[in-house]
Design a protein around this ligand. Structure first.
Ligand code: ACO
Length: 333
């Protein structure tokens, strides 16, 4: 039997005071009513000057280690689309600042699906015998790539980080990842993109190219596609696990928009009340969204030890993924 990857701890971090919808409508042509009605979001948190993605990742990671009882991870996987620098990856600095100076450390880029891709990478290291204890972090600061003039992305995204510790264990141990379904569609890469700053279009200081360093998202198309892909992926993960939809106690979806959360639940035939919602207080935090939602739900009792969980995400790439597990008796910090 292959070694299973078991969630043994979880930590989270969001920066600074909440940015309310009313605060955003002071500088963008929008209203609290539109944002709440069309997205379900009431607030989000943004980093301030001098802060970076690694700061949130280190805080969430340190809390996850404490939640898992203090064991030192032997690998760090960081899912992010907003690394501190284009080069190098952010994970080695995060590992070093966590007091893990020589462990394997690398970034994973799958935008809003990044945490599930990170879990797959971490679980792979464990099942191959390359590591026994892996930290998987989802951390993003989309506030740093938002176009100040774009009201459709400007109201949606927030910053944050969430981390879990995966330990090697038995497939039947609570917290063991039971199934993982991942997919992508590069033909639709243009739906969510930051055009400049990579090898295709290098960053320059001209005014014309500054706009291309901001996030561009075809919201309506993304919304439609996300429901179809997440529902398909959920069905695949449920099937692989040997469950039916009725077995799922809680759906923990990527927190992009309450309309997406509800439509995915409806597509699956799952009661909307079983879907965990965290976007109201933090918005869409990209790779951090699932671990932040899990940490909040496990803290307030929405998710309890023994609950059968279905995690699902969708994001730029396009990418998507789903995972199943039974929630273990861990205390989020
Ligand atoms: N305030 C007021 N009006 C607005 C705002 C706003 N903040 N944003 C857009 N509008 C207007 C538009 O201009 C448009 O006006 P028009 O009809 O006069 O042209 C109207 O509202 C409708 O625009 P839509 O884009 O159709 O609005 P929609 O209901 O789709 O909401 C949103 C936009 C919130 C972005 C939504 O499309 C969404 O959530 N999309 C999915 C995002 C997602 O899932 N992302 C996941 C991956 S993200 C990642 O990987 C980085």
């Amino acid at each position: 039997m292959s070694r299973a990857a078991v969630i043994a701890g979880i930590g989270s971090s969001v920066p600074g005071p909440a940015i309310t919808n009313d605060m955003i409508s002071e500088r963008l042509d929008t209203t609290d009513e539109w944002i709440r009605g069309r997205t379900g979001i009431t607030a989000r948190h943004w980093i301030g000057p001098g802060q970076a993605t690694s700061d949130l990742a280190v805080e969430a990671g340190s809390r996850a280690i404490e939640s898992a009882g203090g064991d030192r991870p032997d690998a760090v996987v960081l899912a992010t689309t907003t690394p501190d620098y284009p080069c190098p990856a952010t994970a080695p600095e995060v590992a070093w600042r966590l007091g893990l100076p020589s462990v394997a450390a690398f970034d994973v880029g799958a935008v809003c699906s990044g945490f599930l891709y990170g879990l797959a990478a971490g679980a792979g290291l464990i099942s191959a015998g390359f590591a026994d204890n892996v930290m998987v972090i989802g951390a993003d600061t989309f506030s740093t790539i938002l176009d100040p003039a774009d009201r459709s992305t400007g109201v949606v995204f927030g910053d944050g980080a969430g981390a879990v510790i995966l330990r090697s264990g038995e497939e039947t141990t609570p917290g063991a990842l039971m199934a993982l379904d991942l997919g992508s569609d590069g033909a639709s890469a243009n739906l969510i993109t930051v055009p400049a700053g990579g090898s295709r279009q290098r960053s320059t200081k001209s005014a014309a190219t500054t706009a291309d360093t901001y996030l561009k998202m075809a919201g309506r198309e993304v919304l439609r596609e996300s429901v179809v892909r997440m529902a398909e992926s959920c069905r695949s993960a449920i099937r692989q696990t040997g469950w039916t939809v009725a077995d799922v106690d809680r759906l923990v979806p990527h927190q992009a928009n309450i309309r997406i959360v509800h439509r995915v639940a409806d597509e699956l035939g799952l009661a909307r009340a079983r879907a965990v919602v965290d976007l109201d207080r933090v918005g869409n935090t990209s790779a951090a969204s699932i671990p932040l939602a899990l940490a909040r739900a496990a803290t307030d009792g929405t998710v309890q030890p023994g609950h059968k969980l279905l995690l699902t995400a969708f994001g730029g790439g396009l990418t998507w993924g789903s995972a199943t597990l039974m929630w273990p008796d861990v205390k989020p910090i």
